[in-house]
Design a protein around this ligand. Sequence first.
Ligand code: ZN
Length: 287
Amino acid sequence: MPELPEVESIRRKLHEILQDRQIEKIEVLRDKSFLAFPMTGAEILNDVVLEVKRRAKILQIVLAGQRDLLIHLKMTGQLIFIDQDGQRAGGGHPSADWVDDLPGKHTRVIFYFMGGSRLFFNDMRVFGWIRSPLKTEVDREFVSYGPDINDPNLSVTYLLRQAARRSIPVKQFIMDNKVVCGVGNIYASESLFMTKINPQKSAKDISKKEMTALLQAMQQIIARATELGGTTFDGKYVGVDGFAGGFQNELQVYGREGLPCLRCGKPIAKIKQGGRGSFYCPVCQKT
Ligand SMILES: [Zn+2]
């Protein structure tokens, strides 16, 4: 599943590439992938892209007209841009569609821009979606989300207040979008390892000192992963230039079950929390 660093690195690429492009045609190959889309699509035809923004893991393509485009990649979504000369850029779930001819069998929506470039929305497992709400409705999409992990206003005080009455494990707490957005499974494990906090510790028992260190670690790790284009595991596609991330080479604990802890040498453990795998060192991250 693309996490925040992968989505943010797609956003940065699309922001550069799509600015000032004018939508010529939209081809919807699977109706449900383009939710609440106006019947003809005419509302956003000829519209021009002003910028590409992001809130949590939702991409927001800001158009000059009355509507914007919101895109969520969910589990297996990809956005692949092919320019008029066949050059590719994009990212998302690693698969053969990164390199194969497009449209492919997982292509759900195609945007055609004036001048011959195209943007493909591919989604194998079809949990992803695109919407084109009115600008005035966009904020409503985000009401249930907490602040973004990159938000400079996000404070330790806020996190402590959110954690105060909550006995859920700290790992699930930091992954809760209502508390803070953008800390996915990989980066939660990495941040807790860096700060020597046990992932099973109750959120309400996290001290001010620990929360301060944890916030700093989360922001630092996610900034670094974003710089590297995120984390890509699929060995087959890890070398696809401009698409794959590089953070998999810097993981300290995630995916290292049974391997020696890089800090103390004892084996890394893996447990399940909220249906997700958590990796930690039982020695360095005592309860
Ligand atoms: Zn250790």
